[in-house]
Design a protein around this ligand. Sequence first.
Ligand SMILES: NC(=O)c1ccc[n+]([C@@H]2O[C@H](COP(=O)([O-])OP(=O)(O)OC[C@H]3O[C@@H](n4cnc5c(N)ncnc54)[C@H](OP(=O)(O)O)[C@@H]3O)[C@@H](O)[C@H]2O)c1
Length: 296
Amino acid sequence: MRILITGVSGMLGSSMAVELSKAHQVFGTGNSEMDLPINYCIFDLSKGSYKELIDWSKPELIIHCAALTHGNYCQKNPMEALNVNGYSVSKLLEATDEKVKLIYVSTDAVFSSGIHLAKESDCVFPENVYGKSKELGEFFILNSYRNCLIIRTTIVGMNMYRDKSGFVEWIMNSSQNNEEITLFDDVLFTPISIWDFMEEIKFLITLESFSSKILHISGNEVCTKYEFGMLLLEEFSLNVKKVKKGSINIFTDRAKRSNDQTLDCTFYQEKYNRKLPSLRKTIKTMKKVYNNEKRD
Ligand SMILES: NC(=O)c1ccc[n+]([C@@H]2O[C@H](COP(=O)([O-])OP(=O)(O)OC[C@H]3O[C@@H](n4cnc5c(N)ncnc54)[C@H](OP(=O)(O)O)[C@@H]3O)[C@@H](O)[C@H]2O)c1
């Protein structure tokens, strides 16, 4: 299958492009230079027309992973966030014909505080610009007759590019550098590794059509960010002594974020008879990939 993946210079997109290219013809796009063994072009999704991108990739399926993911940046640049994270969906649909399928990777951030283990049927009410911009992307899919799917998730993983760093790298690097960090023990989430998440994508793209417009695909177990960080460091035999427990409430100058980011994935698992990973499996998968890639 010809697959266009957006955001392949990012954490999820890069690993997905490499994995899917083992069985498919993958075309990837990002907004900066990168070096992956796939067809790649730089394409700024804030452009008005996507014709050039679609003419180049001629996809049968688009997996839309690109987004401005930094909450504070989105808060300060709302129009850019809405354009890249939200209107991009509308532009991808407009630029392609109805035979082209679309998977939109969305987030738990479309929900507000106070919802525990959010279901697909729960009302969205994002609390920050990032969440609103992803809700906008979802809006275009929900209002389309096309064969497209929203996947809400809470991914964790490691970047292929060493100059990029996310939550997991921050925890591990801080420990290796003997730096003190604070992890929230009042923020709940249901993490899934990007590699376990990709297994579900590989399953979903075998389906002829998407019979549900929204699926929650995340880890099967609730934990705090603190618990996650401690388990991660223990699995990698790294020092946990410098990890402090803290509250999200101490950060008053950051974009507001719900302290319950948990997703209920029962619907997806029952509908497709899939088993999503436990917390321990999520951490073990990361260790396995890390060892296989022989990172420093
Ligand atoms: N990471 C999480 O915690 C998390 C949780 C839930 C859902 N998600 C969703 O999962 C998806 C992947 O997240 P991620 O963590 O892999 O993100 P990421 O590492 O921040 O990567 C984002 C990607 O989007 C691209 N991008 C940003 N602005 C662009 C623009 N104007 N034009 C074209 N490309 C642009 C980036 O390109 P450059 O780097 O080249 O600029 C990069 O390739 C996102 O849709 C996100 O909303 C993430």
